[in-house]
Design a protein around this ligand. Structure first.
Ligand code: MIC
Length: 320
């Protein structure tokens, strides 16, 4: 339990014992997480939208089950337990019993923080239209159930209350929902779909001293401010869901189109290889930048081989 709680304790210290902006690149699978860890980010964010797209090939419409989300959040937490993960838990997936069970599973999976919202269970991405909300007592019961799970497991899990009320009910109602959530045990707050800088500032000032999260979705309702601006506007956590998925999508599309049209794969790393060949720099077969071995290395190939050996295993004694 102590090891499982370390990331949560670290996130809590980042939030309450410093004034840093907690910068969270959105990740949805092993590859995106490994790349962000390689780049040295101190925190990660598990996007529910990205998980729906990547795991199910479906839009963010409340289709991921608790099992999908728990499994993905636990896997992402396990890649580097010194890097606290904040994970989307959507609506908590049901009534208070379900919320409590789901939060317990997130904690046992090593998740450091989560955000829990006030949409109906058949939710949708906060940046789509026609969202429906539960009433404030129902929202508060979800937060209370999350806190109960945290207290029962003696965890430092950071609970972030999210409201989607801004679009349909306005700023004041959204604030009063978040204040009710704080009274029920939320540590931080997330106003979904904030529309401009003036509203960002008004939000962080109104909620002070409670830490506020900003959600910077490409193509969403909120202007894509940068980390420096987010800090200046009073935010303490910034998440960038799906920030690299657009690039990944376009890269997949380019490679797939090429294979479809030419019957050969020359996009991506082989292009760089060719450029290098033009410079008379030949790389060994299978050693190209971006080739499969590099991806395996990114995902811990050498560490696995070394671990096997250290444990007295023979699995890789003939090399890999
Ligand atoms: C933050 C969010 O819940 C997510 O799943 O990452 C989404 C983001 C998105 O749909 O891109 C949301 O804002 O609802």
């Amino acid at each position: 339990m102590a090891v499982i709680n370390q990331a949560a304790a670290k996130l809590r210290a980042q939030l309450f014992e410093s004034d840093e902006l907690i910068v969270c690149p959105g990740v949805q699978d092993g590859l995106s997480a490994r790349v962000c860890l390689q780049q040295g980010f101190k925190n990660l964010y598990m996007t529910g939208a990205g998980t729906a797209i990547s795991l199910l090939g479906m839009p963010d419409l409340g289709l991921t089950t608790p099992t999908d989300m728990i499994r993905q959040a636990s896997m992402l937490s396990s890649l580097d337990r010194s890097v606290p993960l904040i994970a989307d838990i959507d609506t908590g997936f049901g009534g208070p019993v379900m919320v409590s069970r789901s939060v317990e599973s997130y904690i046992l999976g090593g998740v450091a923080g989560l955000h829990l919202e006030d949409q109906v269970v058949t939710k949708r991405c906060g940046h789509l239209g026609g969202k429906e909300l539960v009433d404030t007592p129902t929202f508060v019961s979800r937060i209370r159930a999350a806190k109960e799970a945290r207290d029962r497991l003696q965890s430092d899990l950071v609970i972030i209350a999210r409201t989607d009320a801004l679009q349909s009910l306005g700023f004041d109602e959204a604030i009063s929902r978040l204040q009710a959530a704080i009274a029920a045990g939320a540590d931080a707050v997330f106003l979904e779909g904030v529309k401009d800088r003036a509203q960002m500032k008004q939000f962080t000032e109104t909620m002070a001293p409670t830490p506020c999260l900003i959600n910077l979705v490409p193509g969403g309702l909120t202007p894509l401010i940068n980390a420096k601006e987010a800090k200046e506007l009073g935010y303490r956590i910034a998440i960038w869901p799906c920030f690299a998925m657009t690039h990944a999508y376009l890269a997949y599309q380019k490679a797939a189109r090429e294979l479809m049209e030419t019957g050969a794969v020359t996009a991506g790393f082989t292009e760089r290889q060719r450029a290098k060949e033009g410079d008379d720099v030949k790389e060994e077969q299978g050693q190209e930048s971006g080739g499969i071995r590099e991806l395996f290395e990114l995902c811990g190939l050498s560490e696995c081989v070394e671990f096997d050996k250290r444990m007295g295993g023979q699995t890789f004694s003939k090399g890999v």
